[in-house]
Design a protein around this ligand. Sequence first.
Ligand code: ZN
Length: 462
Amino acid sequence: MMSPLIELRALLGQTGVLSAQEASERAAGIWRTDTIQAACIARPRTTQQVSQVLEFCHAHNLKVVTHGGLTGLVHGADSTKSDVVLSLELMREIEEINAVQRTVVVQAGVPLQNLQDAADAEDLFFPLDLGGRGTATLGGNAATNAGGNRVIRYGMMRDMILGIEAVLADGTIVSSMNHLIKNNSGYDLKQLFIGSEGTLGVITRLVLRLREKPLSRTTAFVGVENFNSVVELLKHMDGGLGGSLSAFEVMWRDFYELVAKGSKRGGGPIGTHHQFYALVENQGANPKLDTENFQALLESALEMGLIEDAAIARSERESLEFWSLRDDVERTFQWGEPIIFDVSLPVDKMESYTTALQENLETLMRGTKVWIFGHLGDGNLHLCIQTPDGEAVTHRKIIERCVYEPLQPIGGSVSAEHGIGLEKKPYLHLCRSEAEIRLMRTLKATLDPKGLLNPGKIFNHL
Ligand code: ZN
């Protein structure tokens, strides 16, 4: 065999493949300082070309790592010098929006925000939303089953996918481009690829479900005295809004204080003396009534003593400002790169879990900072942890054990929405049984017997 670069250029053309040198000039991912290691980067334009690339790699036993927007945080797309990186960056076409069926057909490389905007222009709505929206691709969102800010209302990426076209390791195209909401005709094959982090096949096209565009959005920041009240407030708002609650994000005090003081205005919408903060959002169809109802619910929460203070956004701009506080995770980077965690656990265990975690870390490394926030309505917390020396990453093992091990007895998960990649692989057994992992291995061996697709990710494949 000649070099994969030359052979793949024969398939994809000169500009369809980047050299190892060109790869090494690209960052390996968001918030990373290292660059991409690869034999070359193949950039197909069609499913057919993806199939040709995989067939070639299969014949020559070349390992393949698929790349979307590289916004993942668990080293799920890391590659080595001998790997072929398969980037979907040239497959960015929104092929068809059907306003009656409320579906859209996209290529896997379309950035999330492009679809959000295209749906909006048709008076429709694609509900998935996350901080990396401008860069993250829909194929990557599917391969990692992305979550984000509106899961409480619309579910995760899995719940928005009707059909998938994927290419198997040997180049076989499995086109399962279903457009129906209900289709129980045999195994739901798309589920094999959703959330499998590129280990079972390469997703090339998707049929996605669109929703009617909400006509109103009401956003509030509230201050809460204790965790019990946070939980009661969630029930109070969700119950009172009759299914239109679209976000319930909670910030612990340290995180709110940090982002509020660092904001453009030099302060947040409410004071920094509350123990907990919730960003609550409602999406409805009647701007006047929705706002009145939302306001009345907050007033009754105040009377019941569930909240101490509240600020309602008076404009779309203010609403975006509220969200920018929640999204300002990079504010925690000022003491050095923190370790960012994404865990799931039952809501009634959250307070004892976070308190014990902070105490354990304080005992082990005095002065360790733990900023906590997350999608509380989904039982999903994010933790940013920094040690006093500003080098949390050098204490990674000990911090990871403190975060992950207590999740096992309370039925939590080491990954809520970020996936496993390489970073969480050593801890997968804390939340998945031996039998489950064995079945995953059987599926991997069946679909990719040579173990060429995204090797070593999630679990050891052999
Ligand atoms: Zn998140």
